[in-house]
Design a protein around this ligand. Structure first.
Ligand SMILES: Nc1ncnc2c1ncn2[C@@H]1O[C@H](COP(=O)(O)OP(=O)(O)OP(=O)(O)O)[C@@H](O)[C@H]1O
Ligand SMILES: [Mg+2]
Length: 305
């Protein structure tokens, strides 16, 4: 355990906000230049005393391919303005769980879902709920950037608005939404002079931030990220991690990752899954230093997976 604790302490030092002037560090301490470690702890201590609301919650959730249950009886709260990481070995059901959270699982053939997913106390699988509306409120970004090749950068960001809204917007209104989303995704400065150009002219890391901007354009309350940096180089990965850390200021983020250092850097809570079941859900630091289940410890210390 001692070595795990040491690793996590080092990871704490590397959290994205610790590297950014004017990030959480400045906010938490009220002055620049304070030790990042202290500010992270201060911020966490403050959060611990504040009541947290579950923005999204699953209750007895099952997901099936045919008759095979690949997500089993998961009851989990995703807290408002917090990042929750989902970790576990390949095939344990992480992506499937994520896809159940915005009704994407049902878009695959021969699938079904049991149990509830509650978004602000509404069961998104309840009668009369529109799946497209759910996806507008719970945005999703995939492992590989999914930029539309025939659309411009601007239209890529605006793509979700067209299908999602029943109110018609003027061109100026859409431009304003696109700019805001690109700014939030930390991409605006890099693309503002070529909004009409092809999205394929962007690097992989820029395309992934473009996909995040597209998800943000519909003002979702929750953002789901499925291994968003798996295909990115270290610098692009760092940009996306910084972004994830900043987005939690006003939204709920769920991130699937194979990279445990990434989970430790960006998340507040972590859940460990195995064979479709949730083994453990704990504050991230607790899970990586004093896990409550032997199977979690075996996984995070690299004994399997
Ligand atoms: N389209 C599909 N049809 C049938 N079974 C599937 C399909 N997609 C996934 N599965 C099965 O469902 C289980 C969970 O898959 P899932 O993709 O959710 O795992 P994961 O934890 O995200 O894995 P990875 O880390 O490799 O992405 C696996 O056993 C997988 O083989
Ligand atoms: Mg997956």
């Amino acid at each position: 355990m001692e070595s795990t604790e040491m690793d996590v302490t080092q990871l704490e030092m590397q959290r994205p906000d610790a590297q950014r002037p004017g990030g959480a560090r400045g906010e938490a301490t009220g002055r620049a230049g304070a030790a990042p470690r202290v500010s992270v702890n201060t911020q966490r201590a403050r959060q611990a005393t504040e009541p947290r609301t579950a923005r999204l919650a699953t209750r007895g959730l099952h997901a099936y391919f045919g008759s095979s249950a690949v997500v089993r009886d998961i009851s989990l709260d995703f807290l408002e303005k917090q990042v929750t990481a989902i970790i576990g070995p390949s095939g344990c059901g992480k992506s499937t769980l994520l896809r159940c959270l915005n009704r994407m699982h049902e878009t695959l053939p021969n699938t079904s879902v049991g149990g509830e997913v509650r978004l602000d106390d509404q069961n998104i699988y309840g009668g009369g709920v529109n799946a497209i509306d759910v996806r507008r409120r719970v945005g999703m970004v995939f492992q590989r950037p999914t930029a539309f090749p025939t659309l411009s950068i601007r239209d890529n960001v605006a793509a979700g608005l067209r299908i999602a809204t029943d109110t018609r917007r003027t061109r100026q209104e859409i431009d304003a939404i696109v700019e805001k989303a690109l700014r939030r995704a930390a991409l605006w400065d890099e693309v503002k002079d070529r909004l009409g150009g092809s999205a394929l002219g962007l690097s992989g890391g820029q395309q992934q931030r473009l996909c995040i901007a597209r998800a943000l354009a519909t003002s979702p309350k929750v953002l789901l990220l499925d291994e968003p940096t798996a295909s990115l180089d270290p610098l692009s990965t760092q940009r996306v991690e910084e972004l994830v850390y900043e987005l939690r200021a006003d939204m709920t983020v769920v991130i699937v990752t194979h990279n445990m250092q990434q989970a430790a850097r960006v998340s507040d809570f972590t859940t460990f899954m195995l064979a479709g079941e949730m083994v453990e859900y704990s504050p991230t630091k607790t899970l990586f230093t004093t896990p409550g289940d032997d199977r979690t410890e075996a996984y995070i210390t690299g004994r399997f997976g």
